[in-house]
Write a protein that binds this ligand. Structure first.
Ligand code: CP
Ligand code: NVA
Length: 308
């Protein structure tokens, strides 16, 4: 049984296969074709946190491919202690073809995957956001071409999004620099995991965003306070003040660099309006690509081939 609890569930070749299938299905959709790969299939989504892009792009992807979606909060599903996790996982997966989860705890997703009888997809936890990172590779490939050797500079927190991007870049021969304030870099545990799984990775950490972006192909940022960190938002706002992606920082990067953000953005904090809405920004292409990526991922998880 395949799952996607983290990008480490995929080989680099699997990852490229997902991107290729997503790109193929995107091209078909742009021609008005919606191949009915999954008629009658059911995607169940169990979410503990809000979502615009993930929830709706997954559901739209399944509908386009002939299936449909059911949405439940994790509490409604009984993961709040109403019954055991193993029982919830067995019951939900008995009437689902795919399960997507968005949680605080990464372990909760991994534990549900252990007991589920259908594939489980991580739709974001506090530690990982693999579908976002895969979508970002798809968007980079569409915009800049080959991934190999490209340099992604993430200006911001060593969080779920940047950790998944670090794994994604390591898997595809890209370079990544995390420019974060002291105390917000990747943890030693995460770096040890990356070193053990991808010893030849080219992921580095620094504390100076202007130095970091000098040779960037991609300047990427995310919110300074993630979901669940709202009480820490003021402290973070002060700590990250010098890490805003604004026109001064973009001027320090090559003119050919693109700007990326997984969204939702806090405009005026981690990014200014002129950068978000400027000519280097691909943020809305990223958001749209969440749906195309979801299709590629469904095909990989369900071993489905596209009829010709
Ligand atoms: N980027 C992303 O995951 O957005 P949502 O939180 O709206 O799903
Ligand atoms: N780091 C952000 C990503 C949102 C898609 C969060 O976890 O809230």
């Amino acid at each position: 049984m395949k799952h996607l609890t983290s990008l480490l569930d995929l080989t680099p070749l699997d990852l490229l296969a997902v991107l290729d299938k997503a790109a193929e299905l995107k091209t078909l959709l742009k021609r008005g074709e919606r191949p009915q790969l999954f008629p009658g299939r059911v995607l169940v989504q169990l979410f503990e946190k809000p979502s615009l892009r993930t929830r709706n792009s997954f559901e739209a992807a399944m509908i386009h491919l002939g299936g449909s979606g059911i949405f439940l909060t994790t509490a409604e599903a009984g993961l709040n202690g109403r019954e055991s996790l193993a029982d919830v996982a067995r019951v939900v997966s008995s009437f689902s073809d795919l399960i997507t989860m968005r949680t605080f705890s990464q372990k909760l997703i991994e534990d549900v995957a252990k007991h589920a009888t259908c594939p489980v997809i991580n739709g974001l936890s506090d530690e990982r956001h693999p579908c976002q990172a895969m979508t970002d590779l798809l968007t980079i490939r569409e915009t800049l071409g080959d991934l190999q050797g490209r340099h992604l500079v993430f200006v911001g927190d060593g969080n779920n999004v940047s950790m998944s991007l670090a794994i994604a870049t390591a898997m595809t021969g890209m370079h990544m620099t995390l420019a974060a304030p002291q105390g917000f870099e990747f943890t030693p545990d995460f770096m040890a995991l990356l070193n053990s799984r991808y010893p030849n990775h080219n992921v580095t950490v620094c504390n100076n965003p202007f130095d970091a972006v000098r040779h960037a192909d991609i300047v990427y940022t995310d919110v300074w306070a993630s979901m669940g960190q709202e009480d820490d938002a003021e402290r973070r706002k002060a700590a990250f003040a010098a890490f805003q992606v604004n026109s001064d920082l973009m001027t320090a990067a090559p003119r050919s660099a693109i700007f990326m953000h997984d969204l939702p953005a806090k405009r005026g904090l981690e990014v200014t309006d002129d950068v978000m809405d400027g000519p280097q920004s691909v943020v809305f292409a990223q958001a749209e690509n969440r749906m195309h990526l979801a299709k590629g991922l469904f095909v990989w998880l369900l071993n489905q081939s596209t009829p010709r």
